[in-house]
Design a protein around this ligand. Sequence first.
Ligand SMILES: Cc1ncc(COP(=O)(O)O)c(C=O)c1O
Length: 456
Amino acid sequence: MNAEIDLQEAAKQHLWLHFTRMSTYGTSDIPLIVRGEGPYVYDDKGKRYLDGLAGLFVSMVGHGRTKIAEAAAKQASELAYFPLWSYAHPAAIKLADRIASLAPGDLNRVFFTTSGSEAVESAWKLAKAYFKQKGEHSRYKVISRDIAYHGTSMGALAVTGLSAIKPDFEPLPPGGVRVPNTNFYRAPEFVADDEAAFGIWAADEIERAIEREGADTVAAVFLEPVQNSGGCFPPPPGYFQRVREICDRHGVLLVSDEVICAFGRLGYYFGSERYGYLPDIITFAKGVTSGYSPLGGMVVRDEIMEPFLSGTSTFLHGITFAGHPVSSAVALANLDIFEEEDLLGNVRANEAGFRSTLEKLKDLPIVGDVRGAGYFYGIELVKDKDTKETFDDDESERLLRGYLSHALFDAGLVCRADDRGDPVIQLAPPLICTQEHFDEMEQVLRATLSEAWKRM
Ligand SMILES: Cc1ncc(COP(=O)(O)O)c(C=O)c1O
């Protein structure tokens, strides 16, 4: 019955786009993506785009994988739904077993959610509940980094370090505490020439925050292996090792928010593995299914689970669709592809090529910094390369919203032009990409950024 509707018109009338100024589409068309194949997606007019952001850091194995679609169909016909509330089903059991076997150290217990925000929300709730079980009733605060994005539900938003997206929803749950992020390009002057010293300073800021707040009030530190928001901040050398020591010293849990960084984005199943630290809880979502069906979760250390394994103790938390049979079956099929095609190997073999291809853009006057790891890069745009002067709000608005976002898309590249921190372009393509795709990105970026510079 819906077949005949005008999709453009119906979208404008009835669909509410996320994080989107809907007024933008009063006069212009909403981009309609109708299908995908490999690292490319196609719009309703048949135009092809390189999916340089894997949708939203999601499509690890690329688009159009019929094997995953078939696994979903098989599971839906066998058992479409049953909850994980007091029951289990084979797909969730197999997936939990598989994730536990891939996760580092003794992170052996998987609690499923349907999204990254729910995973973060669940991790904070678990940290609080765990300390209550242990008799440390006053620990509830969570420390996270400035500009870091950890999701939009109320708890996850309180963990999020982007002040601009909070005021409409205040008051938020109390207890969110901010520390500096690891943007070495904009490091304070006294450590600007020494990345290791910068890392120690940034880690020690976490300890200072714990001491300032009172260690007995702090439950957890939430950090991404490579911070997304602000434009891909990799950790300085030694940063996570020092953070781990600090957390241990003060009895605070370390949560690695790997909603973006898990499942291959950094060339490893888990980002913490790449940087050699053992978190107490890892949150994941996105790449676990490559987006063929929604799923998220957290994987936790034995010690965190332990208080919930005896007597009447219960983690009083659950989500109807968490660990959904179809999503779990999809995740298993997705992980099969990871193995069959050695996608982690592909990222590790090609990431240097990706980096050096993007670094060619540094000859443009507008490109201040290229940073990231694996298949996850940010390009920081500046007004003056020598002084690192950034664009003011008006310029940033004209540059990113007024020009770059549309121009990059029109030129056939899906990526993200973001000014939640300093203005950046972000790239996180499917893990199947190779040099030809990096070259394509570079060419589009070169032409579009050159034009943007002329217009400033
Ligand atoms: C690090 C991190 N945590 C949490 C989230 C929230 O995930 P979701 O949008 O699935 O709720 C995101 C989303 O991008 C994220 O990048």
